[in-house]
Design a protein around this ligand. Structure first.
Ligand code: SF4
Ligand code: SF4
Ligand code: FES
Length: 265
């Protein structure tokens, strides 16, 4: 595949410049996969993302965290001879022999614009901005497509019932990959609707966290000014050292855990 110069910013990947030779140790045997219709042989243990890089593709878009949380690498694929179109994240899905795949790092789903500060916490706000919410026919294809196991149809149903809090909770793990919208029979932009619901919930419905209110007030009163100024004067090396040596909350910590240094609490 060649990529026209004027299209480069919007393309997912750069085409391979040279096919790699030899198989690195420990990656298994080579299997055929078809990337955008062209056949490549790639190690069977690699994810789609690594396999494409192995084949010589260079990611320009469609790649972010490489850890399954940024939602940038949505991929559509079909197994040879299988009627079913499958979806997944390129950084998490391992290649299979004879899979046909392409990436859709951006899905053209309608995203309503609004002045968020003027919105109330009423579900009517969401109904007005996203009337297509009521086009949902409860087919559940969205839930089946979701790589994060989000109960997409259920959060849409919660919103139709005006339950913003439930929709915010159910959609909490959404990574905005757009795969649900790509399969939707009702043409809903589920993830944009849910994002609005979470924002409304977070800013207008959920009770304020007292400790955050205190920290924000301390910040406004200048408590951290000297510390921030000192940080801004540090060299990159000093900042790196400070970051690496920072005290971190243990993975399993009691509810009342606090750091030893309480100077900035
Ligand atoms: S809800 Fe939709 S956009 Fe969010 S992670 Fe699932 S498939 Fe992706
Ligand atoms: S795919 Fe669309 S129509 Fe089907 S349940 Fe999900 S939101 Fe509703
Ligand atoms: S690169 Fe972030 S989810 Fe795949």
């Amino acid at each position: 595949m060649s990529v026209p110069e004027e299209n480069k910013d919007s393309s997912t990947v750069e085409a391979p410049v040279a096919k790699k030779k030899g198989v690195p140790e420990g990656v298994g045997k080579l299997i055929p996969v078809y990337v955008m219709g062209k056949r490549y042989e790639v190690p069977e243990t690699l994810t789609i993302m690594k396999a494409m890089e192995y084949a010589g593709f260079k990611f320009i878009r469609g790649c972010g965290c490489r850890g399954g949380i940024c939602g940038a690498c949505a991929t559509v694929y079909r197994r040879a001879g299988d009627y079913r179109l499958r979806v997944g994240l390129a950084c998490q899905t391992v290649v299979e022999p004879n899979m046909y795949l392409t990436q859709i790092p951006f899905y053209p789903a309608n995203r309503a614009s609004c002045d968020f500060s003027q919105l109330t916490s009423s579900p009517e706000e969401i109904f007005k901005l996203y009337p297509e919410l009521f086009r949902c026919i409860a087919c559940n294809l969205c839930t089946k497509a979701c790589p994060m196991d989000v109960e997409v149809m259920d959060y849409i149903a919660a919103l139709k019932q005006g339950n913003i809090a439930r929709a915010a909770t159910l959609s909490f793990n959404c990574i905005q990959c757009g795969l649900c919208a790509s399969r939707c029979m009702g043409e809903l932009p589920q993830y944009h609707i849910a994002q609005l619901a979470r924002r409304i919930y977070g800013s207008k419905i959920a009770p304020q966290a007292e400790h955050l209110v205190e920290v924000a007030a301390a910040g406004s009163s200048g408590k951290y000014d000297a510390y921030l100024e000192a940080l801004m004067k540090m060299s990159e090396e000093e900042l790196r050292r400070l970051y690496q040596e920072r005290e971190m909350e243990p993975e399993i910590a009691p509810e009342d855990w606090v750091p030893n240094n309480k100077e900035y609490l």
